[in-house]
Design a protein around this ligand. Structure first.
Ligand code: HEM
Length: 467
C-alpha cells in the first residue's frame, strides 16, 4: 500500500475490498429477484466510509436508504419503498417537477455552451438541480461542502478501485465534508417540517415527510440519509445524457437510433396508439434497454460453505443479458421501440396470471399504499413486486418482463423510473426543439469524467445548434 494511504482508509476501505467478492447471478425468466438474494446492505464494501463515519453500517444513528434494506425490514408489503415513491409519481412530475427539469435543460443547452464538452457543462448545473429537487435550495444556498461531497461521491463511484489515489482522495473528501453537509441538510429538513420552505410541495422531501409521517418506517435520520445517498441513483443520469448524445452523433452515432428519433419526433411523439406508453416513452425505454446504464442488481447472499471464500459474498444479476435474451424477445438485438406495444405490464400480473403460469399464489402480496398528503394517489404492486402508481384511480403501469432490465426487477426495481424516463424525454424534446446536433470533438486528450458506478467517460462530445 502506498505510504500516503492513511491507516483508517486502508482498514476501512482497501482491506474490506480485497475480502469481498461478487459472482454473476442467473439471467431471470420472471421479472423478479427472489428474497434469497437480499438488498440488506448490498453495497460495495469499499464505499461504506463514504456514507458512514465508522466505515461500518450504523443505520440507527446515521440512517439508511431503502436501497440498502432487505424486504423484511421495509414495513408491510414494501411500505418504505412505497413512501419513497410517493415523492416521484407521474402527477408530481407533471405538476411540480417538470419546470425544474426543463429549466435544467434550458441552461444546459444554452447558446453559450455550444462546442463545449458536454459532461463538463452537464455537471456545472447538476448540483443546483439536485438540491432544488430534494429540498428546494437555491443555487446560493448550497454550501461548498455539499458540492464537494457530490463531486467526491461521483469520483469514488466511477473510479471504482480503492487502490487508486484518486479514489482515496475523493473518499477522504466525502468524509471531510459529510458532517457539514448533514448539518445543512438537517436545517433544510427542519425548515420543511416547520412549513418555512417556499414551494415546499415541489420538493421530494416534502412527500417523504407527509407520507412517512416521521414514523419508524421512514424516520428523520433516514430522510436525511436518502438525500445524499441519492447521489448514487442520480449519477446515472449523466451517463444517459452522454450516451444519448453519442447515439445521435451524425458520423459515429447509431443510424437506427437516429432514424427512430426523427420518426418519433415528427409523428406525434405523445400519441400512445392505444398502449400505455406514448411513442416517445417507447423510444426512451428502448434507449434504456440498449444503452443499459446500470450493469446489474447487486445482492448480498447467505454463505452455505465457502472455506476460503470472501468475507462479503455478493451476487450481481446482470441486466444486459436479460434485456438481450432471445427467450424474452423475438428480435433482442434490434433497436425497436415498438416492442413495448405488446410487452407485459405491471397491471397484467395479478393472481390470475400467477395461476396461469403454474404458481399457487402471487410471490408478492398486493397491498396498495394510499398517500396521506391529500392527493388521490396510491402505490401498488404487481404480483412480482414491481410498484406502480395509481393517480385518481388511473394506473400508470410499467413494463414488467425480465427482458426489460435497465431498472432492475420486482420489489427492488428502481424507485425513480418515472422521473428518469421523463428526464430523458425532456432532454430529447429540448434537442429536437432547439435543433441541437452532437459532434465528436477532435481533442487529443479529452477530460475523463466519472459518472456512475464503474464508469468514467471521455468528455469528447459537444453539441451544436442549427442556425
Ligand atoms: C438512469 C437512471 C437510473 C437507472 C438506470 C436506475 C436503475 C436502478 C436499478 C437497476 C435499480 C435496482 C438495483 C437493485 O435491485 O440492486 C434501482 C434501484 C433504485 N433506484 Fe434507480 N435508477 C436510476 C435513477 C434513479 C433516480 C433518479 C432515483 C430517485 C429519484 C432512483 C431511485 C432508486 C431507488 C430508491 C432504488 C432502490 C429500490 C429498492 O431497493 O427497492 N433511481 N435503480
Amino acid at each position: 500500500m502506498p505510504e500516503s494511504f492513511p491507516p483508517d482508509y486502508v482498514a476501512g476501505s482497501v482491506v474490506p475490498f480485497f475480502l469481498a467478492g461478487a459472482s454473476a447471478g442467473e439471467t431471470p425468466t420472471l421479472p423478479m429477484i427472489d428474497l434469497a438474494l437480499s438488498k440488506e446492505m448490498a453495497i460495495d464494501v469499499q464505499w461504506l466510509g463514504v456514507i458512514y463515519d465508522g466505515w461500518q453500517p450504523n443505520p440507527a444513528q446515521e440512517g439508511i436508504s431503502v436501497f440498502l434494506k432487505g424486504y423484511e425490514t421495509r414495513g408491510a408489503n414494501n411500505e418504505r419503498k412505497k413512501i419513497y415513491m410517493s415523492a416521484v409519481t407521474p402527477d408530481l412530475i407533471d405538476a411540480k417537477y417538470r419546470g425544474k427539469i426543463t429549466g435544467f435543460f434550458e441552461r444546459y443547452l444554452a447558446d453559450g455552451n455550444v462546442g463545449r464538452p458536454l459532461l463538463k457543462t452537464y455537471f456545472e448545473g447538476y448540483d443546483d438541480f439536485y438540491w432544488d429537487l430534494h429540498v428546494g435550495a437555491a443555487k446560493n444556498e448550497i454550501p461548498v461542502e455539499a458540492r464537494q461531497f457530490s463531486e467526491g461521491f461521483r469520483t469514488v463511484l466511477g473510479y471504482y478501485y480503492p487502490t487508486l489515489e484518486i479514489h482515496r482522495d475523493a473518499l477522504m473528501l466525502c468524509r471531510k465534508t459529510r458532517p457539514a453537509l448533514r448539518e445543512w441538510l438537517d436545517e433544510r429538513l427542519q425548515r420543511l417540517i416547520d412549513g418555512k420552505q417556499g414551494n415546499a410541495d415541489q420538493t421530494m422531501v416534502y412527500y417523504w415527510l407527509k407520507n412517512g409521517q416521521l414514523g419508524e418506517v421512514f424516520p428523520r435520520v433516514d430522510i436525511l440519509f436518502e438525500c445524499f445517498h441519492n447521489f448514487l441513483a442520480f449519477s446515472q443520469w449523466g451517463n444517459m445524457v452522454y450516451h444519448v448524445g453519442a447515439a445521435l452523433e451524425p458520423t459515429r452515432g447509431d443510424p437506427k437510433v437516429k432514424e427512430w428519433f426523427e420518426k418519433t419526433m415528427k409523428n406525434g411523439p405523445d400519441q400512445a396508439d392505444g398502449t400505455p406508453f406514448t411513442r416517445l416513452d417507447r423510444f426512451v425505454m428502448e434507449l434504456f434497454r440498449t444503452i443499459n446504464p446500470n450493469a446489474g442488481s447487486f445482492s448480498t447472499v447467505t454463505r452455505l460453505r465457502d472455506v476460503r471464500g470472501s468475507e462479503f459474498p455478493a451476487v450481481l444479476t446482470e441486466h444486459l443479458p436479460a434485456s438481450m435474451a432471445p427467450r424474452h424477445w423475438e428480435n433482442p438485438s434490434v433497436f425497436d421501440p415498438d416492442r413495448y406495444k405488446a410487452a407485459q405490464i405491471t397491471t397484467d400480473h395479478d393472481e390470475a396470471h400467477c395461476r396461469e403460469i403454474g404458481l399457487a399464489r402471487c410471490p408478492f402480496s398486493k397491498d396498495s399504499f394510499p398517500v396521506k398528503d391529500g392527493r388521490s394517489v396510491a402505490l401498488t404492486n404487481s404480483a412480482f413486486g414491481a410498484i406502480h402508481a395509481e393517480v385518481d384511480g388511473q394506473p400508470h403501469p410499467l413494463v414488467d418482463t425480465a427482458g426489460y432490465a435497465p431498472f432492475g426487477f420486482g420489489y427492488r426495481r428502481c424507485a425513480g423510473e418515472y422521473i428518469t424516463i421523463e428526464f430523458v424525454k425532456e432532454y430529447l424534446r429540448a434537442i429536437w426543439s432547439k435543433k441541437v446536433s452532437f459532434q465528436k470533438l477532435d481533442t487529443q486528450k479529452p477530460e475523463s469524467v466519472p459518472v456512475n458506478p464503474h464508469t468514467v467517460l471521455s468528455d469528447d462530445i459537444a453539441f451544436r445548434k442549427a442556425r
